[in-house]
Design a protein around this ligand. Structure first.
Ligand code: F6R
Length: 241
């Protein structure tokens, strides 16, 4: 486990983007595992900036996103595919047919998850998986208490996740109660894992996840066992370690 201390959010984003950029330069047809959420947005912004300056080329890259709400199609403004287009794909040259995210529009969970595992397998596995971390230690939608050995699967969202997501949905609109997510096993099979974390609200979970016991109660703690795991955190997120 390697921990890189960044001064602030911008510095964290630049350092993470540097690692992703190095991966793409060393292997232009790299398979990148990508995440949504607030933390990686600055990383995507930095990569877009370098793309615009001709410093990085995504034309051979394949992307595999972590998760998607079950019941939302990619054109729904709250879908993770929509988020990824707005924050990254619409601004760089990843070919449309190289972009992958679980198919939230498929109501058949078994079929949707098996199809996604097959996509990852056919791509040759994930070279670099970018992750954020939830304040309860979740990675992807792998919530505390789930088995480490799962591949892509359907999860019931916790009541607190549903409540906190409510604000993003229109009045009266149902917040999805389930999601399809890559499992811990799939994440652990990535050849390189890169986590970004910022803000003081992440400090306690960073301490528990990487300086406490490895336990399914803190899903991210399993990353202590990954042979090539890098955490890039700002000074607030790393304040307790
Ligand atoms: C994103 C994801 C989540 C987030 C986590 C942190 O695809 O699966 O695990 O990485 O909830 O979110 P932020 O970055 O908003 O704090």
């Amino acid at each position: 486990m390697k921990i890189i201390r960044a001064k602030d959010y911008n510095d964290m984003s630049r350092k993470a983007a540097n690692i992703i950029s190095a991966q793409v330069i060393m292997k232009p047809n790299a398979v990148l595992g990508l995440a949504t959420g607030g933390t990686p947005v600055g990383t995507y912004r930095q990569l877009i900036d370098w793309y615009n300056k001709d410093d990085i080329d995504f034309s051979e890259v394949t992307t595999i996103n972590l998760d998607e709400y079950r019941g939302l199609s990619g054109d729904h403004p709250q879908s993770y595919l929509y988020f990824m287009h707005k924050n990254f794909f619409d601004h760089v040259n990843v070919p449309e047919d190289h972009i992958h995210i679980p198919n939230g529009a498929d109501p058949d969970a078994g079929r949707a998850c098996a199809a996604y595992e097959e996509i990852i397998r056919a791509a040759g596995g994930i070279d670099l998986q970018l992750l954020g971390i939830g304040t309860d230690g979740h990675i992807g939608f792998n919530e505390p208490g789930q088995a480490f050995e799962l591949g892509t699967h359907c999860v019931d969202l916790t009541e607190s996740t549903i409540l906190s997501n409510q604000r993003f949905f229109a009045d009266g609109e149902e917040v999805p109660r389930q999601a399809y997510t890559i499992g811990i096993k799939t994440i652990m099979q990535a050849r390189k894992v890169l986590m970004v974390a910022n803000g003081s609200n992440k400090a306690e979970i960073i301490r528990r996840a990487f300086f406490g016991p490895v336990t399914p109660e803190v899903p991210a703690s399993i990353l202590q066992m990954h042979p090539d795991f890098t955490l890039v955190g700002d000074s607030d997120a790393l304040a307790l370690i």
